[in-house]
Design a protein around this ligand. Sequence first.
Ligand code: ADP
Length: 479
Amino acid sequence: MEPLKLFIGGEFVDAARHKSFATINPATEEVITSVEQSDEADVDRAVKAARAALRGPWAQFDGAKRQALLWRLGELISEHSDELALLETLDTGKTLFDSGKIEIPFAAEVFKYYAGWSTKTHGTTTSSPTALKCTLREPIGVCGIITPWNFPLMMAAWKVAPALAMGNAVVLKPAEQTPLTALKLADLSLKAGFPAGVFNVVTGFGDAGQALVDHPDVDKIAFTGSTEVGRIVMQRAAATLKRVTLELGGKSPQIIFADADLKSALRGALTGIFYNKGEVCAAGSRLFVERSIYNDVLSGLVEATAKYTLGDPREKTTRMGPLVSQEQMDRVLSYIDKGKAGGAKIAIGGNRAAHVNGGKGYFVEPTIFSAVTNEMAIAQEEIFGPVLAVIPFDNAEDALQQANASRYGLAAGIWTKDIKKALRLAQNIRAGTVWVNAYNLYDPALPFGGFKESGFGRDLGQAALEQYTETKSVWVDLS
Ligand code: ADP
């Protein structure tokens, strides 16, 4: 692949200091291409381009015009989905099925969903004999969007689409591990007809993200990433009182009751932890199983996990690709060691899959721990890999108490045929999303985000519009 450039003011440009970095294919450990590396000078250029667009042509685009552009961008994503899926798979190690059949189509759908809100978001009016009082929904301004490497295009879409629908301008900083699809999105935004500067992409490392957070002319930061970095973003954004939304880590519980449809529950437990190699903020990484069926569920999980094929994520037969980077593989393996040292037992997996793909790539065996207690590090800390902790519980109250005993609150899954039990739990679990007899399902209309240290603010749905508009009250005297 050709070396890739930054996208600023509608043009692909070199970084001011002409630095670049390599993006690696985690399945082969080979360089895919080099990408320009932004620093604060590039971030400043991108912010200026965004501000100029807001003051210039973009301000003339009414809702109907923005709607048409967003819809067109959604169509272009669909039309280029094979290329986007391949880029995503090369960069992240996710299977071509996941990128091509699930994630790129969902990103396209998100742009189309928010296209509609461009023409349907407006203020309210109240009147009295002496005054007309109304609210205006205005764009916040320049939005800095910082995204992680696990779902590069999808996470960008969840934030960029509502930001643009509401008339903001965007500077997107994709994760350093996975910059390819953000730059392709830049190309497609040009084809869709967005004016120069409305959408900009600055590829680079954490310092480029930090420059965006620190920049005095950025009005809002929307961040998805680790809780650790989210905390830094929040602290630093305080200096300029930026609006901030944070979608952070998780340690989401899945709860299987003895009265559940066990076949579906097992499938849900497996995709809950092994989809995208467990590199999912909502991964169901703590599996609580009612004690009477604990052994059956565990052996069912082990039997199904043994059939997972690891390999090149471009191959149709591959069920699980490599982790995104050497660093992430090392981190996951060190958690597996911690689990063993803490007294948990490996039911299956537990090693680097060194024999896969000719010995190349950051493959880790899908791993299940039994004999886990909810206090152990592997049950409390986010691993972000294919590692499941299976924990017994005695009754609904015990399950609830253990599920909520976590600093995170992103998602939860409940498996039971007893609807009252499911709804009572759904009401009491402290998490932004609760799936009942399902897991890891998303709808552009359904908000997603965290309770507790999983962050605040919501992506998706009507709720996200709040995060990208300011409300202005106007009082007109009629007396
Ligand atoms: P992960 O642990 O999943 O790699 P991070 O939270 O480290 O996630 O990264 C998420 C995004 O935040 C990436 O785009 C990364 O470059 C960016 N980032 C890292 N450090 C900072 C920082 N101090 N300020 C702003 N952005 C940052």
